[in-house]
Design a protein around this ligand. Structure first.
Ligand SMILES: [Zn+2]
Length: 224
């Protein structure tokens, strides 16, 4: 799209910009497609997406939106900008600093039951073998039926657990009791918040400084 050539990007430290400047919202949304065609140099400016309660929508993977989606949501009025990069995106009629942290205006309920997937089982078990308690990479973990399928065990949240391959081999076609192998934790269906908590143990490699407060300071304080 030719519109793209009308956009340019610069990094201006401490460049003040706010909604009070009166952007031409309609024009921005109309030419939004033009932004998407100029992405060079901006690939590393995602926004951390917080729910309306200022907690990340997801910890693992961390809820990040590409800057294009972020700008679109800002101009559609769906999110508040909490923090910004110094990078400014320009169009012929307006400019805006790229948001680094945004929060949804409308709370997104997080209490849906998590999907029963291999990944979510590993996440629930924090990528740790539930027999020997050793942390493994996802590639080295296996999916163990606590009560083996040959003995009527089902593939459900409360009968499947993460196990390293050597524990899985050793346990073989036996129950934990028969194998003399104790489970660290009995497998249970996790709630969405429990799964979120497990995900918090895995910070991504790159954290923008403006994200840190929302990742590390949002745990509830115990009343005392
Ligand atoms: Zn093990």
């Amino acid at each position: 799209m030719i519109l793209g050539s009308q956009w340019r990007f610069t990094t201006i430290p401490h460049f003040a910009f706010g909604a009070e400047k009166g952007y031409d919202f309609k024009s921005l949304v109309a030419s939004y497609e033009g932004i998407a065609s100029v992405t060079s140099g901006l690939g590393n400016s995602p926004a951390l997406v917080l729910n309306a309660d200022f907690r990340p929508l997801s910890y693992f993977p961390l809820s990040l939106w590409a800057w294009q989606d972020t700008i679109k949501a800002v101009f559609l009025g769906r999110v508040n900008v909490v923090s910004e990069y110094d990078t400014v995106v320009h169009s012929p009629s307006f400019e805006i600093k790229l948001p680094s942290v945004i929060s949804l205006k409308k709370f997104a309920p997080m209490d849906r039951s998590p999907a029963f997937t291999r990944f979510n089982v590993f996440l629930r078990d924090t990528f740790t073998c539930q027999y020997c308690n050793v942390n493994q990479s996802a590639n080295d973990l296996t999916f163990d039926h606590v009560v083996p399928r040959s003995r009527g065990g089902r593939t459900t949240w409360d009968n499947v657990t993460a196990a390293c391959s050597s524990c899985n081999l050793r346990k073989s076609n036996r129950t934990p009791k028969q194998a003399g192998m104790a489970l660290q934790r009995l497998p249970r269906r996790p709630s969405a918040p429990q799964l979120q908590d497990a995900g918090r143990a895995f910070p991504p490699n790159y954290l923008h400084e403006s994200w840190r407060d929302f990742l590390y300071w949002d745990s509830e304080l115990d009343p005392w």
